[in-house]
Ligand binder design. Structure first.
Ligand code: VGL
Ligand code: ZN
Length: 258
């Protein structure tokens, strides 16, 4: 094929065909899908994102995610759970349990839902205040009953430390402890990570960014996500693209996964 004297006799169509197959054999993509936080509280419970600024309906992720899980043979499937103890730092009704740091933009007795405050600590911790949600072993923290859950899938629990929030399914927000998700992906030889779920601009975005920095080719499934704030959803997509991830609709996946 690399015969330069007879270069003009080479069948370019044949060459391209062989080349594509060699590439696929050499670097066969091994794919995982991460289904992020498709839990009752975000869909129809205490942190129903229909009440958030973007007014999106998280129920709409179920059909496209289920369709993918039914039609695409991913090499691994992971479901993450936001899984908080009752005294979790992110709950507005828990602000009285801790002291605010002097640098907090909002004083302790004036803190409102969705404010970002700073708690005392070493170092002080910045935290957005959410309604109580996804408390461990409650209905609100269960996956939605209409979500397809595959056998042999892996469940990842995050936000279990009462003092630290965890948006990403890889790391807590202070990057102190990891969930072992990256190790589990590497153990399976995963090269490509598809990310979908709720909330687009919070846990899905943080997970996609960490997937990229953990070295995985990362594909964000735009139509399989719903979020809190439209501007932040746009910023999430921009950040993923800027960091060499891709954002696609789920109808593209069948051509990307063998
Ligand atoms: C989430 C807010 C608080 C999420 C979790 O799953 O996106 N959002 N905790
Ligand atoms: Zn949470």
């Amino acid at each position: 094929i690399f015969d330069t004297k007879n270069d003009d006799k080479i069948d370019r169509g044949e060459f391209t065909y062989l080349w594509n197959n060699w590439i696929k054999l050499i670097v066969r993509p091994i794919s995982a899908i991460l289904v992020i936080d498709v839990q009752n509280d975000f869909i129809c419970g205490t942190l129903d994102i229909r009440n958030c600024p973007a007014k999106q309906n998280a129920l709409e992720v179920l059909a496209p995610i289920n369709h993918l899980l039914e039609t695409i043979e991913f090499d691994a499937v992971f479901y993450s759970y936001d899984w908080h103890p009752s005294d979790h730092v992110s709950f507005i009704d828990n602000v009285h349990l801790r002291k605010f740091h002097e640098s907090s933009p909002v004083p302790q007795d004036e803190a409102q839902l969705y404010d970002t405050v700073v708690f005392e600590g070493d170092p002080p911790v910045e935290q957005k205040l959410w309604p109580r949600h996804c408390v461990q072993n409650t209905w609100g923290s269960e996956l939605h009953e209409d979500l397809k859950v595959l056998e042999n899938s892996v469940k990842i629990y995050k936000g279990t430390n009462p003092e630290v929030d965890s948006y990403s399914a890889f790391w807590d927000n202070s990057k102190q402890t990891d969930t072992k998700l990256a190790a589990q992906l590497r153990l399976r030889g995963i090269t490509d990570v598809y990310v979908c779920g709720i909330a687009y601009d919070v846990c899905v975005g943080a997970t996609a960014i960490d997937a990229i920095s953990s070295g995985f080719r990362t594909i964000l499934l735009d139509d399989c996500c719903r979020g809190v704030d439209l501007l932040n959803i746009e910023k999430t997509k921009e950040t993923v693209i800027k960091n060499h991830g891709v954002v696609v609709n789920s109808d593209r996946v069948k051509d990307m996964v063998e």
